[in-house]
Design a protein around this ligand. Sequence first.
Ligand code: PAF
Length: 276
Amino acid sequence: MKTFTTRSQIRQYLNAQGAAKVGFVPTMGALHNGHISLITQAKQANDVTVCSIFVNPTQFNDPKDLEKYPRPIEADKAKLELAGCDILFNPGVSDMYDDNEQWHLDIGPMEQLLEGEFRPGHYQGVTQVVFKLLDIVKPTNLYMGQKDYQQFMIVSRMVELLNIPVNMVMCPIERETDGLAMSSRNIHLTPADREHSLVLSKTLNWVKNNFDANNIEVLQQQAMEKMASINDVVPEYFRIVDGKTLLPANTNTQSIVALTAARVGKTRLIDNVLIK
Ligand code: PAF
């Protein structure tokens, strides 16, 4: 695997290679099997697979969260080598941003919903960095996980609004055998938190199995209560929404997703399930 830390180096290399199809997996590192499944999928459909590892400061609204974000770069490199990734782009903050750089993209109401409500400004930071990364890597296919469902929809909207020539591919959520969605943040869970965290996937499945389009409000309420009943779990939201607009679902909605976020001990987790 080739590793590059500056935009000009990676661009030069990709230009010289002239690959017909480039697959790109943007990450913030602390790689787990969810990320590796994106690399595997990218490898199957492209001539060259690029992964980026960059802990993007502009998408963190809590400086403590940014500070404590795991950065096991050597272990990450070993995982990428093993997965057969061709290129790693691992820039520093000053390679990606000028001082006092400004960014604003109007993505419409989707930005303020769900995560947007609890992490104001988060998606501006995400679109800012993904725009830059796409401009550097110029991939044919962009691979992102369903785990961050709203992020996928927001990046898709940006791609559409700015006519970025890339095909978006959503990859399914990878879960531990007991149902917990894989996440770089899971390493912060204490053994007790780890046990309690199962309530997210259990509640999502319960809602999927008991879904009734006439009872969405009640189901959401019951789901919040189920989660809140577990020690040290503080649910932030549980919403059943239109899978395209992320606005509340109703009896006519064609594609439906349930999404949730909760604090488990000191760790904030998100998860979702496709209902229809
Ligand atoms: O999902 C992530 O890890 C990040 O939000 C992304 C897409 C790499 C942008 O920093």
